[in-house]
Design a binder for this molecule. Structure first.
Ligand SMILES: [Zn+2]
Length: 838
């Protein structure tokens, strides 16, 4: 420690002592003054406050906290218009308030890093950073608002002031979206934000939305992890156990991690510079992005990431097409289906439809070329990895099976694509440092268009946190904004769709199937492939039959890819793949293509207990309802243990609304463009007031007795009548569910939960527990639901019961469920959907 920092410390220590004495003095004087207050009531009131202050000062952390509890000191810098106060407030209190605190603030919060509790001290500075602040902080979050140019500019100043005092502070850059609206548009584009990140020591970049809690917890959690990582690194270096660590002074090396040695962390550590737990997505996306040729991926980030050789690099002209067979065995898959399709340009500016020669291969890829000769020569092609995509038909969702069935069409061992790729990338990531990185690329707030883009953006961001944030994502986001899955919009028809319609009609008529032709002529033969990052590829086939055959072929390749991954060795990957299948099943449930409340397309959030999918805007309101009414979880960001996906897939928006919206009495639903107030009013009426729930029809026609609910629930479960169970639950309180029968009705021999466990019905078990049924109730033989579940070997039910506090009596073999979590850092919103669902 140099003399300068010594004197800073000494000054700070003296200041602390002085402040302590001054505070004590002030309180003593205040106590004396209070005694002089004549109004007795006022005096005793003031005394209570004063006493509380004294107690809290006496018990402040410096006098009470064990020294082994580590403190993490996080500074917050940003201009008055940056949205920083709202961000901090959301993080601390869980609620949104559009505030800017002119005097800054001091906050404390417990954070878990690597399973250990830390005291996070957050210091929000009102002005520029001074020497004291700079020496105090362990890390700094720099905040600007994406709609405020001045706040962006000021960040550069703040950063240079900070580094004037100290150059080795880790920083995270945050762009806030809260104030973006249609009248107040975003002005800081992705490119500039990314440049800022490069300029400030290759920091991570996040976009946050305090209104919805988007990324809020994540940013603070990342900061805390960064600090811990840095300390560990410092400790290691102090022990000289790290030979020849690269310097991290000032972070002037492009692409260098600020914390050397942290590049190969597992998902649990989630250090800023480590690759994401699902690196394949990032790499594949990046590669595809490059293929799209948007010229958008920073060349620097591309260079530093080892990739497998491109499938589409130009081949030596001499070898051109000389031996296509040898070629396909070395790099290309065997074509399964090929034809000319129309493809809508991925460029955000140019939405033209172009003919492409499209090839579906058995290695889990779909490629497209300008012509068949380009394909043959393997040149100028682009490729989509089917492992991380779904295929959609705009405007409708054809009923298609998603559950893996039958043998994989991909012969094991003959698949250079998937497994080979995964191996390459895994090898790559251990020695890769990812530079800069702006994971977030898009605006979430002003999603009035109801487009795919915001959700897609989040998705891309979260799936790929170390953010090979490519322009491709944002470009596609733009495309998504302009072209969500609204194939019915005439402006989005391909130039040939009218011609095709006529042709189709004609051909139908020729077949004498005029009715079918009539029915279908409104529909375009297009389909869209959507990656989990929100990237989209929009194709149009020559006919509906052709379209359906493409969609079905692609779907079976997606499944084949997933299955071939299943057989892989990477456990995390495997679980994420089966999760992907399960999520697809949820998306395919009836009605799930539209938000259950406002009918926005492609909802990406879920209400677990309602069994419904909701859009991001409605999800914010659901969160405010409280978990007793709606348990919100992100399809894309959260982990999905099996029992949760089963609930979602079993119910779905159609069934949910058959209960919650069956009786609307003329009230109209909000549209995707509804204001927050309109949505909230509807959602509260729907779930809080249960205004649209149909009345219970008692079997006998008599007025239902208050305490009949347990009997009805039991019968709904026994008959496995899920809609009936949902209706009953929608009508009941926790007390009614657990009512003790007092009337003339004889007590049922067991509870509905016993019956659900007896049947091994995971969905009903989970629902009953969410709605508060007593998990420890005994049946007439003295058995708990757990005993019944174990007796019947219902593993799923046992898991759920264990999660909800049922002791695992006398069964050492029953496994405790460990809900895999992608990363504890990505928790969203105040309900902390990442927590075990209880
Ligand atoms: Zn909605």
């Amino acid at each position: 420690m140099n003399s300068n920092s010594k004197s800073v410390n000494s000054t700070a220590i003296k200041a602390v002592i002085k402040r302590h004495e001054s505070l004590q003095g002030a309180i003593n004087r205040l106590s004396k003054q209070v005694e002089k207050v004549t109004d007795e009531q006022l005096r005793s009131g003031l005394k209570v406050y004063l006493h509380s202050i004294q107690v809290n000062i006496a018990n402040s952390q410096e006098w009470t906290l064990n020294r082994s509890i580590p403190e993490l000191r996080l500074g917050i810098l940003g201009s008055q218009k940056s949205g920083k106060s709202a961000l901090v407030n959301k993080y601390i209190t869980g609620s949104y308030a559009p505030i800017e605190k002119p005097d800054g603030g001091r906050y404390k919060k417990e954070v878990l890093v690597d399973g250990q509790s830390h005291l996070l001290l957050i210091r929000e500075e009102a002005g520029p950073p001074d020497a004291q602040f700079s020496s105090w902080v362990d890390a700094v979050i720099l905040i600007f608002s994406l709609e405020n140019e001045a706040s962006f500019q000021e960040l550069y100043q703040l950063y240079s002031q900070l580094t004037a005092h100290r150059s080795d502070i880790p920083v995270i850059v945050v762009g806030t979206q809260d104030k973006i609206s249609s009248t107040n548009p975003r002005v800081i584009e992705d490119q500039r934000a990314r440049q800022l990140c490069i300029d400030v020591r290759h920091s991570l970049f996040y976009e946050t939305c305090a209104t919805y809690g988007f990324n809020v917890d994540r940013v603070f959690s990342e900061a805390a992890q960064k600090i811990v990582a840095q300390r560990k690194q410092a400790a290691l270096q102090a022990c000289k156990s790290l030979p020849n660590s690269p310097s991290h002074s000032g972070g002037s090396t492009p692409g260098s991690a600020s914390f050397p040695g942290q590049a190969s962390n597992g998902p649990s550590s989630g250090y800023a510079y480590s690759l994401p737990s699902t690196p394949v997505v990032g790499h594949r996306e990046l590669r595809v992005a490059q293929g799209e040729g948007a010229g958008s991926v920073s060349s620097r980030s591309l260079k530093s990431i080892p990739r497998r050789p491109s499938l589409f690099k130009n081949r030596d002209p001499d070898k051109k097409a000389s031996d296509p067979k040898a070629d396909s065995s070395s790099v290309r898959g065997v074509p399964i289906k090929q034809s000319i399709l129309w493809k809508r340009s991925g460029s955000s500016l140019n939405k033209e439809w172009k003919k492409k020669y499209v090839t579906l291969s058995n290695n889990g890829t779909l490629s497209y070329h300008s012509s068949s000769s380009d394909y043959t020569q393997n040149t100028h092609g682009k490729e989509i990895d089917l492992l991380r995509v779904t295929v959609k038909v705009p405007g409708k969702r054809p009923p298609r099976a998603v559950a893996p069935a039958g043998p994989s069409p991909v012969p094991p061992g003959a698949v250079p694509g998937i497994n080979g790729l995964s191996k390459d990338l895994t090898a790559g990531d251990s020695n890769t440092t990812v530079p800069q990185l702006c994971p977030a690329t898009l605006s979430v707030v002003d999603d009035r268009s109801g487009g795919l883009s915001p959700q897609g953006g989040e998705r891309g961001l979260q799936r790929c946190p170390s953010s090979l944030s490519t322009k491709a994502q944002s470009v596609d986001a733009l495309e998504g904004t302009a072209s969500p899955f609204s194939g019915k919009d005439p402006s989005q028809s391909s130039p040939m769709s009218d011609r095709k319609k006529n042709r189709r009609k004609k051909s139908m008529n020729q077949k004498g199937d005029a009715a079918a032709g009539q029915a279908e002529e409104e529909e375009n033969a297009d389909f869209i492939i959507v990656s989990f990052t929100g990237q989209t590829w929009h194709f149009e086939a020559q006919s509906l039959e052709d379209r359906d055959s493409w969609v079905s072929a692609i779907e079976s390749q997606i499944l084949a890819s997933l299955q071939s991954c299943e057989s892989g060795r990477n456990k995390a990957r495997r679980s994420s793949q089966s999760e992907a299948v399960a999520l697809q099943a949820i998306r395919n449930a009836k009605g799930n293509s539209l938000c259950v409340d406002c009918e926005a397309q492609n909802p990406t959030w879920a209400s677990l207990n309602l069994g419904a999918l909701i859009c991001i805007e409605c999800s914010g309101i659901h969160r405010n309802l409280g978990t007793h009414l709606s348990r919100v979880r992100s399809l894309d960001l959260d982990d999905w243990p099996g029992e949760l996906t089963q609930v979602l897939a079993a119910i779905g928006n159609h069934m949910a609304n058959s209960i919650w919206e069956s009786f609307t009495q003329g009230r109209t639903k909000p549209t995707p463009n509804a204001t927050r107030e309109e949505r909230e009013s509807w959602i509260r009426a729907k779930y809080e007031l249960r205004a649209f729930v149909p009345p219970l029809q008692p079997a006998s026609g008599t007025q239902p007795a208050e305490d009949s609910m347990p009997v009805w629930l039991l019968s709904a479960v026994t008959e496995r009548d899920l809609p009936r169970l949902l209706l009953l639950l929608a009508h009941s309180t926790k007390e009614q569910i657990n009512a003790q029968l007092t009337g003339s009705t004889p007590s049922p021999p067991r509870t509905a939960l016993h019956a659900a466990c007896q049947l091994g019905d995971v969905v009903m078990t989970q629902l009953l527990i969410w709605y508060g049924i007593d998990v420890k109730a005994k049946d007439n033989q003295g058995q708990t639901p757990m005993m019944v579940a174990r007796k019947n070997g219902s593993k799923g039910c046992i898991d759920i019961l264990l999660q909800h506090g049922c002791p695992n009596e006398a069964s050492p073999t029953a496994a405790t469920p460990i809900l895999s979590r992608r990363s504890s850092t990505a928790s969203l919103g105040r309900t902390s959907s990442r927590k075990r669902v209880s």
